[in-house]
Every structure is written in C-alpha cells, then in structure tokens.
Ligand binder design. Structure first.
Ligand code: NAP
Length: 238
C-alpha cells in the first residue's frame, strides 16, 4: 500500500500498519519527521509518473493522507489510481469550526486574504511557500514556518522557524510580544496548530481563514482509525 504523506496522520497510519506500506514525502522539508517503515521521497512526475510508480511497485491500494491544501498531489492520486485500477482512500482531518467569540473572515484564496487585511501587524501561519503572496503588502508580518521562506517576501517581516504543536499560552504571549492585530491562516484543521485560534479569540483579534480547496471525488474518512479500518476490510473491498 502507498501512503501519500507529509502529515501527522500519515505518520500515525504508517505506524499502525507495519510492514504493509510505503510512505511517500514530497521532499519539501530538509529535516522531515519520518514515518516508521519504508519511505520514499520526491515527486513522482505528474499523473503518468505516479501511474508508472504504482505499477512498478505492485501497489494494490493508496491512502492519500496529504495536507488538505496539497490539492495537486491529491488530484494526481485520483487520476492515477483510476488509470491503474487500484482503490484510493482520502484521509482528511476535519476543518476548524468557528465558535462563540471568534471573529473569522473566510476567504477563498491566499490572494484574497492579502487584499485589505483587517490589521496592521499580521501573524501569518500559512507556510513558507505561501509567504510570497504577501510580498507586496505594506504591513508588518510575523511569519512562522518550518523552513525559511524564499524571496520574494514582504519588506517588513520577522520569520520564526518553528514546528508545532503550539500551546495557547505560548501563542497568546507571542501575539502580545509582537502586538499582532490580525491572524492569517489556512483552514488546515487538527489540534497541532489550533492554539493560535484560541489565542486570537482571547485577544479579540480577527482571523482571516482561507477555505480549503474542493474535496476530491474519492471515498474520504476523517480519522486514522477509520483509515485503518478501511485497510483491514481489504482496501475498499466494499
Ligand atoms: P501539492 O502542491 O499538492 O503537490 C505538488 C507536487 O509535489 C505534486 O504534484 C507532486 O509532484 C509532489 N508531491 C506532493 N506531495 C507529495 C508526496 N506526499 N509524495 C510525493 N510527491 C508529492 O503539494 P504541496 O501543497 O506543495 O505539499 C507538499 C507536501 O507537503 C505534501 O506531502 C503535503 O502533505 C505536505 N504539507 C503541505 C502543506 C500545505 O499547506 N500545502 C502543509 C503541511 C504539509 P509530482 O507531480 O512530481 O508527483
């Protein structure tokens, strides 16, 4: 079985299926957290490359456990598994839900988020590949990512190289220290990075939330346990 990874869920799933899986990482991070078991790193070369790889490695099922915003590899997985005729399961954690006291502004894209930001000092947690979208925006940015961003970046920026999980107390202190008055995030979901949303609520600051790309046309589960069950049932045998 192939697990398309790069998430905590993918690592946990690989850990629960010893000896049965190959995990695949894109290779974006120089020091990735590795799943247990066999791992391959790097792109496949589009749909045709993935088709070839699935055939060459005798793959009989694929779980796409990539990040909800990794729409390219997910689309490739849908297309390639259809060509090869192997079952595909998408493991996608639920998105975040707005609660009482939250001031969230939903947008459809990072580009939309960059227009008319409702604040002057922005905490940007969208990931290093997305920082470039804000390059021409005249605000102060506190940008947090795992790897350093590549230019172009905003003129006024402070980069924090950190990896979650984060705590509410830590996020409140960080936002206070930098006098943050708006948070920009993608709707990644999950508990590893949700503390910033609670911190924003506590501090009464608005959050610009980028909606997820459309869900893929494939069977989808929200938890690692449900994915294990799918595998145990014989990889979509039903
Ligand atoms: P993407 O835009 O959907 O994919 C772009 C290309 O990267 C794909 O066409 C594929 O290249 C390669 N790729 C992506 N994920 C791969 C994987 N797991 N194994 C092998 N190749 C992969 O992806 P992305 O948004 O840049 O994300 C890259 C990786 O980082 C994903 O594995 C994802 O789970 C993880 N990640 C992404 C985010 C995010 O916000 N996007 C956040 C956290 C983690 P080929 O066409 O050559 O096969």
């Amino acid at each position: 079985m192939l697990i398309l990874g790069g998430t905590g869920e993918a690592r946990r799933l690989a850990g629960l299926l010893p000896g049965e899986v190959v995990s695949s990482l894109a290779g974006r991070v120089s020091d990735p957290r590795l799943p247990s078991g066999e791992v391959r790193v790097g792109g496949f070369g589009g749909v045709s490359g993935l088709v070839e790889w699935l055939r060459a490695n005798g793959i009989t099922a694929v779980v796409d456990a990539t990040h909800p915003f990794a729409a390219g590899i997910t689309a490739n997985a849908v297309a390639a598994t259809a060509v090869v005729g192997v079952p595909l399961l998408v493991l996608r954690r639920p998105g975040w839900e707005q609660g009482p006291g939250d001031d969230w502004r939903w947008v459809d894209s990072l580009e939309e988020a960059a227009v008319d930001l409702p604040g002057e000092r922005v905490f940007l947690t969208t990931g290093r590949q997305d920082i470039r979208v804000f390059a021409g925006v005249d605000r102060f940015f506190l940008a947090r990512s795992v790897e350093p961003p590549e230019p172009p970046v905003p003129q006024r920026i402070r980069v924090l190289l950190e990896r979650g999980p984060f705590t509410v107390d830590g996020e409140v202190a960080l936002m206070r220290e930098h006098a943050i008055d708006v948070l920009v995030t993608k709707d990644s979901g999950g508990e590893q990075t949700s503390a910033k949303l609670v911190a924003a609520r506590i501090l009464g600051i608005p959050v610009v939330v980028v909606r997820r790309p459309p869900a893929p046309a494939a069977p989808t589960v929200e938890t690692v346990d449900a994915a294990v069950e799918w595998v145990r049932r014989g990889s979509a045998g039903g």
